[in-house]
Design a protein around this ligand. Structure first.
Ligand SMILES: [Zn+2]
Length: 260
């Protein structure tokens, strides 16, 4: 296993500064290694996807050979961890392809609005439309893909991961992704979680997404979604999007990010 520890500073960049820090220079919250540190590190705009990853200093472009998309980004420490995971996968004969990574609010709104306007929804109530779209797609402002910590790998079909090459890739990820900090947060719901259905392709870098979820739960409330400019935003409250979808996660044993 690689030396993950050397890269585990990602969630607390201000705390991990190489410069000497004294108590009178920094607020106490930055000196304690608790989860509350994340509140000062991540901005509301980052959590809601209101930024351009191409212009964000903490993000880096994914090498073209690793993805079938043009110009997509991840947080730097996430890309570093992914690079280590990809090397290990390559050595095992496993070919990982990034199909999606950071998607900001505007991008997610595009996905949402395309689905919202599907002909099959003609005559549906807004609540029912939103609930149906939420089977697999997040509301703009409520997607983990805003955070630069989550990736979609190889295929958007769960069935692809159950036979031949897909099954080998999924078995390898299930056995090894955790060694590099990645975890499948949308499982088959046998854990009792709520929210999106099974997504065998969606992997989250927990050393950063854990603190980001904590920050999201403290800084964002349902009005931030309900007032946002997209169709059906006002259903965010009645659909309990924050409680059931943003926090509807399968997490490793002992890792509880649902503190609110
Ligand atoms: Zn995804």
């Amino acid at each position: 296993m690689l030396a993950l520890g050397a890269f585990c500073t990602c969630s607390e960049p201000q705390v991990q500064s190489a410069l000497p820090v004294s108590a009178d220079q920094h607020p106490a919250s930055l000196l304690s290694p608790s989860a509350s540190d994340s509140l000062g590190v991540f901005t509301r705009d980052e959590l809601l996807g209101q930024f351009n990853p191409a212009e964000h200093a903490g993000f880096e472009r994914i090498p073209d050979a690793w993805t079938d998309k043009d110009g997509i980004y991840l947080r730097r420490e996430v890309l570093e961890a992914y690079s280590r995971m990809k090397s290990a996968a390559d050595q095992a004969g496993i070919e990982l392809i990034i199909r999606s990574a950071t998607r900001n609010f505007e991008y997610q709104r595009g996905i949402w609005e395309r689905k919202w306007n599907r002909p099959q929804y003609m005559g549906w109530q807004d609540f029912d439309k939103a609930r149906d779209i939420l089977t697999y797609s997040a509301m703009p402002g409520a997607s983990r893909h805003h955070w630069g910590t989550d990736i979609d790998l190889n295929s958007f079909e769960n069935s692809w991961f159950t036979s031949s090459e897909g099954a080998q890739i999924y078995a390898w990820l299930t056995a090894h992704a955790g060694e590099f900090g990645f975890h499948q947060v949308y499982d088959d719901k046998s854990t009792g979680r709520t929210g999106y259905e099974l997504e065998r392709w969606h992997w989250s870098y927990l050393p950063t997404s854990g603190p980001m979820l904590n920050a999201y739960n403290h800084l964002i409330d349902t009005r931030d979604l309900a007032r946002a400019p997209f169709s059906g935003a006002e259903t965010a409250d009645s659909l309990r999007v924050l409680a059931e979808f943003v926090n509807g996660l399968a997490l490793p044993e002992g890792q509880d990010n649902t503190e609110r």
